[in-house]
Design a protein around this ligand. Structure first.
Ligand SMILES: NC(=O)c1ccc[n+]([C@@H]2O[C@H](COP(=O)([O-])OP(=O)(O)OC[C@H]3O[C@@H](n4cnc5c(N)ncnc54)[C@H](O)[C@@H]3O)[C@@H](O)[C@H]2O)c1
Length: 249
């Protein structure tokens, strides 16, 4: 990536989103990080700035359209029109389907699916105006294989994959590509929290069953993301790019 592009990364204060933010920033792009964790946002943005990154941290709940619209107004005032959107923010709170409450179902859909809708739709006018845009959604292998005790999560991520493909069809002729990366097992605070709570076996144990026998890293996802957002990826759209060590083929 040679040209500077204004990048938005949701959920960029932790894990995969932080890795993606760091890589885009290291490539010289201004990066707006939208996240609801105030302290992590301040801490990680500070670290990135210490490394010379051009970062705009914004405290946002992606399920709230008004918050997204207000944040994007600040992004446009500070950096200019948005060219690249990485819709990454998400939650995963396991609960058996039989006892899942409507509120638990709804909150997961609100963040993981509706949040992606808001994140993308509010940025699209800039991309359509420029006749250039790149959108990457971070979905999950849970939508491909199903996932025990995470029916709400898998359903939300399946929705993200359908949304991604539909937008690829709708905007492919107008300079905007839309792809999804469905990770499998990535060593992040989310994954380690599940391990610590006994919801999943130790990541290293799970990893023994993956052809590349290690958990993925945020960088693994970020490198694929950077390529999908480059000039060289202009003919790739509507795709699920599996970055998962061969966990799902
Ligand atoms: N880690 C994995 O193994 C794995 C596997 C498959 C998919 N994913 C997906 O990757 C994405 C990133 O996950 P991660 O592992 O880095 O998790 P993480 O918990 O480390 O980071 C997620 C970030 O999203 C933010 N966030 C959550 N809800 C938000 C909201 N409503 N508004 C704004 N920000 C919000 C959190 O504050 C956090 O900083 C998620 O969408 C997740 O579902 C992760």
């Amino acid at each position: 990536m040679h040209e500077q592009r204004v990048v938005v990364v949701t959920g960029g204060a932790s894990g995969i989103g932080l890795g993606i933010s760091r890589l885009f920033a290291a490539s010289g792009h201004p990066v707006a990080i939208l996240d609801m964790q105030r302290e992590a946002l301040a801490r990680e943005s500070g670290r990135l700035r210490d490394d010379g990154a051009n970062i705009l941290p914004l405290e946002v709940d992606v399920s709230d359209r008004a918050q997204i619209d207000a944040a994007y107004a600040t992004v446009r005032d500070t950096f200019g029109p948005i060219s690249i959107v990485i819709a990454n923010a998400g939650i995963s709170i396991p609960v058996p389907f039989e006892t899942m409450t409507t509120e638990q179902w709804q909150r997961t859909i609100d963040i993981n699916l509706n949040g992606v809708f808001h994140t993308i739709q509010a940025a699209l006018p800039d991309m359509l105006e420029a006749k250039w845009g790149r959108i990457v959604t971070i979905s999950s292998q849970a939508a491909q294989s199903g996932s025990q005790d995470r029916a709400h999560y898998a359903a939300s991520k399946g929705g993200v994959i359908g949304l991604t493909r539909s937008l690829a069809r709708e905007f492919g002729g107008r300079g905007v590509t839309v792809n999804t990366i469905p990770p499998s097992l990535v060593d992040t605070p989310m994954a380690r929290a599940g391990e610590a709570a006994g919801q999943v076996p130790p990541l290293e144990v799970i990893a023994q069953h993956i052809p590349v026998p290690r958990p993925g890293t945020p960088d693994d996802i970020a490198y694929a993301c950077a390529f999908l957002c480059s000039e060289k990826a202009s003919y790739i759209t509507g795709q699920e790019i599996n970055v998962n060590g061969g966990s799902w083929m």
